[in-house]
Design a protein around this ligand. Sequence first.
Ligand code: COA
Length: 161
Amino acid sequence: MEHRDLPLLITWRNHPDVRAYMYSQHQISPAEHQQWFDRQSHDQNSHLFIYSEESQPCGFAQLRVAKERAEWGFYLAPEAKKGTGTRLGKTVLDWAFQNLNLHKVSGEALDFNHASIRFHHKLGFVDEGRLRDHIKINETFHDVLCFGLLESEWAIKREAL
Ligand SMILES: CC(C)(COP(=O)(O)OP(=O)(O)OC[C@H]1O[C@@H](n2cnc3c(N)ncnc32)[C@H](O)[C@@H]1OP(=O)(O)O)[C@@H](O)C(=O)NCCC(=O)NCCS
């Protein structure tokens, strides 16, 4: 991801279909978006990606590395076609395990995010726990589901996708 991607990314991040599944659900202002990017781009453990197909940007992913483990986050362009998520996931996980010397990638999803839960399972992530009443959204607490994928598991799973 580069600075020039910021205007497109904020339209995805603020779209109701994406925002509804984020931990922070307010409308992000351009200044806040810029500050977020400045922070992330000065952090050598943070990797930001725009995922494109046929030169068309259609998704975003982030990896936050801590030693041999990374946490990931992602969202698609609201108009992305079915199946885009799986291809983004495969591309990002291949890159992460090949380039960052990782043993494990971790993910999290709100308990009502059925697409993300199914997506993690499809990519081979294993359920690792439930953080009860972890995030408050519109005065209601929600559980967060935790997922983990080991390098050895990805080496096998990626062939089947
Ligand atoms: C999560 C996300 C990346 C998945 O992308 P996608 O393009 O829908 O993924 P795919 O089409 O490759 O589908 C992956 C699997 O999830 C399933 N799936 C997709 N949407 C679903 C839904 N609403 N409910 C249940 N399963 C769903 C698909 O059927 C597929 O499983 P299958 O192959 O067994 O049928 C996308 O929905 C997204 O960007 N959501 C908004 C942002 C977000 O939630 N980010 C993650 C925060 S944790």
